[in-house]
Write a protein that binds this ligand. Structure first.
Ligand code: RIB
Length: 332
């Protein structure tokens, strides 16, 4: 029965029909652990996250799990991957045959360790998701972070804002660099100055956004709009504004990045760049399983870039007209 279920093409049509009927009557389900032992595969993929506390990952994990389970795979999750001896953890998972492949969301992982795992003669199936690992030949599924950040900033400029600040992500993070580059590109194209005192360091979390908001509140000369590198920082920033009686969008317009579920329920609801999280998870999991099962025809690394979408809500408004116009006047 088990051979007929795992390789239906190898049995005759009449046998297959009899087996289908037996499965229906008995409610038989194959024992996956026994099958894994025999085939020396775990039928499990590992998802390595930088911060499971960021709700950005929930919708992605949901679609990874759906796709994996549809194809007969389970999912393990490892958190704070690059922060805690990622090399040893990766080796542990793979050498003990607990997983067949890795979906890596953490671009800060030790590249040398990764190359050891992915190099010949027994390369480990790997897809890098959301982040990118520069100059490394890995399959990648991500959004166009630089262009999306440029569009978010351009939207603020189209609203008439000429004084725009930016809350960055963590230092040495590839997404921080790409989103800041997009911000700078839009500012440069509009011949607007990027002021160092309006660039706030963050770490993709609410506390850092809140700290950026406190620094913003302490400024004598403030920007009229801010582009935050992700929603969590934008939400922390809003909270600090509220504490200091600064209104959004009255005193400052704000755009985030991600479109978390909560972005529609903040006060005010947050304008943000939506990343296609369901598609990111589904496509990445599907691609990884294709690699594990040897179904990818090309040996070249896949580089799939998905588009994001600007979701306009109430945290953005036209720039205060008189103020911006006065700034445009030549100095006396
Ligand atoms: O890893 C944290 C951030 O990276 C998320 O908020 C999201 O923007 C992702 O791309």
């Amino acid at each position: 029965m088990s051979r007929a279920l795992s390789s239906p093409e190898r049995v005759s049509e009449s046998t297959r029909l009899r087996i289908d009927e037996a499965v229906r009557v008995t409610g038989y389900t194959p024992n996956q652990s026994a099958r894994s032992l025999r085939q020396k595969t775990a039928r499990t993929i590992l998802v390595a996250l930088p911060d499971i506390g960021n709700p950005f990952f929930s919708a992605i994990l949901d679609s990874i799990e759906r796709e994996a389970s549809m194809r007969g795979y389970g999912v393990l999750v490892a958190n704070r991957f690059s922060a805690e001896d990622s090399g040893r953890r990766m080796r542990d998972y793979f050498l003990s045959n607990r997983v067949d492949g890795l979906l890596l969301f953490d671009g800060a992982v030790d590249l040398a360790q990764l190359m050891l795992l992915t190099g010949d003669p027994t390369p480990v199936p790997l897809v890098v998701v959301c982040e990118q690992i520069a100059a490394a030949p890995f399959h990648t599924v991500r959004t166009d972070n630089c262009y999306a950040a440029e569009c978010a900033t351009r939207y603020l400029i189209e609203l008439g804002h000429l004084r725009i600040g930016h809350i960055r992500g963590p230092v040495n993070n590839v997404l921080t660099g790409e989103r800041e580059a997009g911000f700078r590109k839009a500012m440069g194209d509009a011949a607007l100055t990027v002021r160092e005192d309006w660039l706030f360091w963050g770490s993709f979390d609410m506390d850092a956004g809140y700290a950026a908001g406190l620094r913003f509140a302490a400024l004598k000369d403030r920007p009229t709009a801010v582009f935050a590198a992700n929603d969590e920082s934008a939400i922390g920033f809003l909270s600090a504004l509220h504490r200091h009686g600064i209104t959004c969008p009255g005193d400052v317009s704000l755009v985030g990045f991600d479109d978390l579920e909560i972005a529609a329920h903040t006060q005010p609801p947050l304008t943000t760049m939506r990343q296609p999280r369901e598609a990111l998870g589904r496509i990445a999991a599907g691609a990884l399983i294709d690699v594990i099962e040897g179904q990818r025809k090309s040996r070249l690394p896949m580089n799939m870039v998905l588009s994001s979408e600007l979701i306009i809500r109430d945290s953005t408004a036209r720039a205060p007209a008189l103020f911006e116009a006065a700034l445009m006047l030549p100095h006396a």
